[in-house]
Design a protein around this ligand. Structure first.
Ligand code: ADP
Ligand code: MG
Length: 248
């Protein structure tokens, strides 16, 4: 089967810095693909390239066989790629529900306000958002609420591919576990997931396949268990500790 997403030799510079260098990979329909690597590895930049926030200096990105490299973020969203941001944001004066319906009404001109609201409520229920906060201004929401709000907003665009940037960062173990269960539930609903994570343990527990980035380059790709045993990956994550303990 044709991959849902194809990233072909994509490169992105910021001035003299190469944030992403010649990265290629595919995402298969229905899988949860993990993208991991240390801080500054280029994970968020790669997501921004896929979602059209940045244009690659070199390379090509295809979604369902179509070249989307030159499209604008809202066009890519309309094609079926939804995303969350590493640092969640919301319109502070608007309620939770309004924060979800606003982009829906912007993207789907024929959608009625009431239909948008019903759909927003269904999605909020699906992600397990606290009911007593549906109609409070987003300025009253805490960080965890904001994460779920932006996930709900991404789902409201009806994505076929959902791109998640460090959703579990800053969550306690119980909250992380719930988030992972939700990610699995989203995939069971037929949505393909590209998951950026800093924490190896989470990637191993949820991903079918993993890609490791380091200094903008893909260093390995494979099943989580295999990747975790890779020497280069171990050194990348434990490098400092390794050296201190006198290991080779
Ligand atoms: N808009 C930008 N302008 C300049 N440098 C950037 C920008 N975005 C990211 N970078 C740099 O690119 C590199 C990769 O960053 P990023 O993609 O955020 O990494 P990660 O998400 O893996 O932590 C870092 O060195 C970062 O400082
Ligand atoms: Mg990042």
């Amino acid at each position: 089967m044709e991959p849902i997403l194809e990233v072909d030799f994509v490169t992105k510079h910021f001035g003299g810095l190469v944030a992403v260098r010649d990265v290629s990979f595919t995402v298969k329909r229905g899988e949860i693909l993990g993208l991991i690597g240390p801080n500054g590895a280029g994970k968020t930049t790669l997501l921004n390239l896929i979602c059209g926030v940045y244009k690659p200096d070199k390379g090509k990105i295809k979604f369902k066989g179509e070249d989307i490299t030159a499209l604008k973020p809202h066009q890519i969203c309309e094609k079926g790629i939804g995303r969350t941001l590493q640092i969640p944001h919301a319109f502070p004066e608007l309620s939770t529900v309004e924060n979800i319906t606003l982009p829906m009404l912007f993207l789907q001109k024929d959608l009625k306000g009431k239909e948008a609201e019903d759909r927003a409520l269904k999605i909020l229920e699906f992600v397990g958002f606290p009911r007593d906060k549906y109609y409070v201004p987003a300025s009253n929401l805490n960080t965890l609420d904001l994460k779920y709000l932006q996930l709900a907003r991404a789902l409201a665009s009806n994505p076929e591919l959902l791109v998640l940037d460090e959703v579990t960062t800053g969550l306690n173990p119980t909250e992380s576990k719930k988030a992972i269960e939700l990610i699995r539930k989203i995939r069971e609903n037929g949505i393909t997931i590209l998951l950026v994570e800093h924490v190896m343990r989470i990637v191993v527990s949820v991903c079918d396949r993993v890609i490791v980035l380091s200094s903008g380059q893909k260093i390995i790709e494979g099943k989580p268990q295999e990747v975790m045993r890779n020497r280069q990956v171990i050194e990348l994550y434990l490098g400092e500790k390794f050296r201190m303990e006198g290991q080779p």
